[in-house]
Design a protein around this ligand. Sequence first.
Ligand SMILES: *Cc1c(COP(=O)(O)O)cnc(C)c1O
Length: 380
Amino acid sequence: MLEIQHEKLDNNSMRVPFVDLKAQYQDIKDEIDSNIQRIISHTAFIGGKEVEDFSINFQAKYGVKHCIPVGNGTDSLFIIMKMLGIGHGDEVITPANSWISSSETITQTGATPVFADIEEHYFTISPVKIEELITEKTKAIMPVHLYGQMCDMDKINHIAQKYNLFIIEDCAQSHFSKYNGKNAGLFGNAGSFSFYPGKNLGAYGDAGAIITNNDELAQKCKMYARHGALKKHEHKIEGINSRLDGIQAAVLNVKLNYITQWTNQRIANASLYNKYLSDIPEVVIPKVRENTEHTFHLYVIRAKRRNELSIFLKENGIQTVLHYPKILPNLEAYSYLNNRDDFEIANSYESQILSLPMYPELNEKQIEFVSERIRDFYKK
Ligand SMILES: *Cc1c(COP(=O)(O)O)cnc(C)c1O
């Protein structure tokens, strides 16, 4: 839930929401309003110029050959895998710690999700575990650049080449994150994006996209997402209906001009948190992988007495969230799986993680306030 809380209480206490989409809207209101108004007056609700423009703008900004806008960041994962031919009898390896879209779309294709533990410190899938989990049924690896942190793509690419596996990157939390200077989503066969409102690049409803440099895969994905037809009424196959709508594209086209600025503000805010929190022994601040740019969709600490801390912060007007309260293999939905890993790290982090307020408009006073309350908690 994206709850928005604004009002200031007094000088010593303030409310710090987890995200503040209203603050961002206020900054770009005129542009957003006029773009949405134009869509309505042109009744360009589905398809149309704004959607095509978004596709072209995103390709240019991202440095990729194809961007196929779709309905959301779950469909995009499903469509990519389906069009790569992944299905019944296949296995796809994905991390134990992610949002359920990563694994439920594997099941949706008919394949079986195989969960791998995460790496210490980085919260991303462990390349060592990936290699241990490979069988003759393994068809693909789905790395998730969780919280904005890049996975170890050199090692993952090496494994994929060695065993001839596809790579589908889940970039729902990592728009413009970089590994050796290259953007997330450009390492595998395709990248999957969500533009859910709270994501780093967020629409005003559901939205998503697929990126790839592969012409054939791009055509297939586009066709599948549009009822199996690239031209109206010429259905080459049966597909699904997964479209980005005009109003969402209109919002995204405005926001795309600000994404670099907003990303830099997130990174700066993460540095401020690091500065204020680094000397609290009960708190482990997020570690950024070398030669990468972490875009801090989420700022996740590991904290002693996490549950008590989150209640204390709530009492002090600070909203925190858990990403995620249960790792995927521990969800009831996956009780049927015979997991081949024990998820030692993911399991041990489950009770320690805490996502602190993070958004571009967050200011230093707020970050200091959050940090000081955390310090107070451990002095009690
Ligand atoms: C948000 C998210 C998705 C799904 O995106 P939707 O647009 O909500 O369908 C997939 N994977 C991860 C890691 C996400 O955070």
